[in-house]
Ligand binder design. Sequence first.
Ligand SMILES: [Zn+2]
Ligand SMILES: [Zn+2]
Length: 193
Amino acid sequence: MSILTLPAIFQKQMTRSKKPKVEIDAAKHHDALARVDGGDQYKYDPTLTAAGCRKVGVRFMSGLFFCYVCQPNNTNKPRVWSSGKVCTELYLSKDKTTYRAVFNAQQCQVCDRYGRFKVKEKKYVDKVLDTFALWTGQREAYESEFHKSTGPHDSSRCYGCLKGICVGDDDDDADDGAYTKKNSKKNRRRRRR
Ligand SMILES: [Zn+2]
Ligand SMILES: [Zn+2]
């Protein structure tokens, strides 16, 4: 074994020990959110569940996925793809003071493994705060045309779709009532379509 092979082995072990998660908690982006106007009223709680929440819904975020298993031409660089429709669960507590966000990973088109995710943080922060403004009655729902997110969404590679929570649209109406008892039947029907 030559000394040149050592970094490759090391890299392989790193990859294995840090397996990408299918559900990625957004705790590390809280500092950025708290720095924005209006963001400091919220605290992050990674233990929040739907039961303790005023409202739970899905929004789409943008970002990049990296697959470290697929390294084209042995360049040591991961395969990268961007997505503007990353299924993201948002939780807001009953007293409106704590929240939680969870990104759902997407699978690599080449090897089918889930990629590691890097969110576009500024956009994420704006969207979370905008959603909470709606949920706490600080703003009206937008006309859906304004707020609709476009772009492809490969349901067969989205963990949110696999769980059955991905709503397809990103307008205020689509979120409204997602996870709530009143509309749960309606939403389930929509998702199956
Ligand atoms: Zn891959
Ligand atoms: Zn999906």
